[in-house]
Design a protein around this ligand. Structure first.
Ligand code: HEM
Length: 260
C-alpha cells in the first residue's frame, strides 16, 4: 500500500501536468533537459524571440533593447494607471482636486503619479528610438513589411495615449495644450470641421467632424474630459495590447533580422 504523502504528491503532479498542458506545454511537462529546451524554444509565451538568431543580432547593441524597454514602460503604465484610477473621477468638478489630492493625501500617491508620468515620457522615447533602430538596420524590408505597418499603428497609439492622458489632470497646462491639439485636428481638410470642406457637407460636419467626435462638442469641456478618460484608460491601452501581441507573434514568425 502506498503512503498517503505519495498519493497527494501524485495527485498534485497530475493537476500540475494538466495545468501545464492547458497553458504552456502541449505534451505535458518534459522529463529530459533536451525535452525542456525544445519545449521552451517551441513555445511562444516562453520564448518571444525566434529560436534561431545570429550572434550579431543577439548582442544588446543591435536592438539597444528598445522594443523590450517600450514593452516594460507599457506594463509599468498599465499597473500604475489602474492604481491611479482608484482615486480619480473624470469630471471637471473633481478631476483637478483628485489629481492634486493624490500627491498629498494618498500613500505613495506622488510616487505613483511620477512613475506614471515618467514612464509615459520614456515609452514615447523608446518607441521612436526602436523605430529608428529598425529603420537603420533595414529590418523593415521583406519579410517584415507587415510588422513595420503594425509598428506604425503602435507608434500612433502611443502618441494618442500620451495626448489623451495630458488632459486628465484638468489644470491650465493640460486644458490649453488639448485646446491647441484639438484645433489642429479641427483644421484637417474634409473631416476636421473647421478646415477646407467639400461644398454641401457643412451641415453634416456640424455634428460629425473630427473635432466634434474628439471633444463631444465645440470646445474642451466635461464631454471632452469623459471621452479622453475612456480613450486613455480603456480603448487605447486595449488596442495597444492587442497590436503588441500581433507584433511579438510576427517578430517570432518572420525571424529576427540581423544576417540570418
Ligand atoms: C508600443 C510600441 C512597440 C513595442 C512595444 C515594440 C516591441 C518590439 C519588440 C520587443 C521587438 C523585438 C526586439 C527588438 O527589436 O527590440 C520588436 C521588433 C520589431 N519592431 Fe517593434 N515595437 C513597437 C513599435 C514599433 C514601431 C513604431 C515600429 C516601426 C514602425 C516597429 C517595427 C518593428 C520591426 C520591423 C521589428 C522586427 C525587427 C527585427 O527583426 O530586427 N515596432 N518590436
Amino acid at each position: 500500500m502506498s503512503a498517503p504523502g505519495n498519493k497527494t504528491g501524485r495527485r498534485a503532479r497530475r493537476v500540475l501536468d494538466r495545468l501545464a498542458r492547458l497553458f504552456l506545454f502541449r505534451d505535458g511537462i518534459p522529463a529530459s533537459d533536451a525535452g525542456r529546451a525544445a519545449a521552451v524554444r517551441s513555445n511562444f509565451l516562453l520564448h518571444l524571440h525566434p529560436s534561431r538568431v545570429t550572434r550579431r543580432a543577439a548582442h544588446p547593441s543591435y536592438t539597444w533593447c528598445m522594443g523590450g524597454l517600450a514593452t516594460l514602460a507599457f506594463l509599468i503604465l498599465t499597473v500604475t494607471g489602474v492604481l491611479l484610477m482608484f482615486y480619480y473621477r473624470p469630471s471637471p468638478e473633481f478631476a483637478y482636486l483628485d489629481t492634486a489630492g493624490m500627491s498629498e493625501g494618498v500613500p505613495f500617491g506622488r510616487f505613483l503619479r511620477n512613475l506614471h508620468r515618467w514612464s509615459a515620457h520614456a515609452m514615447v522615447i523608446f518607441v521612436w528610438l526602436h523605430m529608428l533602430r529598425v529603420f537603420l538596420t533595414g529590418a523593415y524590408k521583406p519579410p517584415r513589411r507587415f510588422n513595420w505597418v503594425v509598428g506604425v499603428c503602435l507608434l500612433v497609439l502611443t502618441m494618442l495615449l500620451s495626448f489623451t492622458g495630458y488632459l486628465l489632470p484638468w489644470d491650465q497646462l493640460s486644458f490649453w495644450a488639448v485646446t491647441v491639439g484639438s484645433k489642429m485636428a479641427a483644421a484637417a481638410p474634409v473631416v476636421g470641421g473647421e478646415g477646407p470642406a467639400i461644398p454641401g457637407t457643412e451641415d453634416v460636419l456640424q455634428r460629425f467632424s473630427l473635432k466634434v467626435l474628439l471633444l463631444g462638442g465645440s470646445d474642451v469641456g466635461p464631454a471632452a474630459l469623459l471621452r479622453f478618460y475612456v480613450l486613455h484608460c480603456i480603448v487605447l491601452p486595449l488596442a495597444c495590447a492587442v497590436l503588441m501581441a500581433v507584433h511579438f507573434w510576427r517578430v517570432r514568425k518572420d525571424g529576427f533580422s540581423g544576417g540570418l
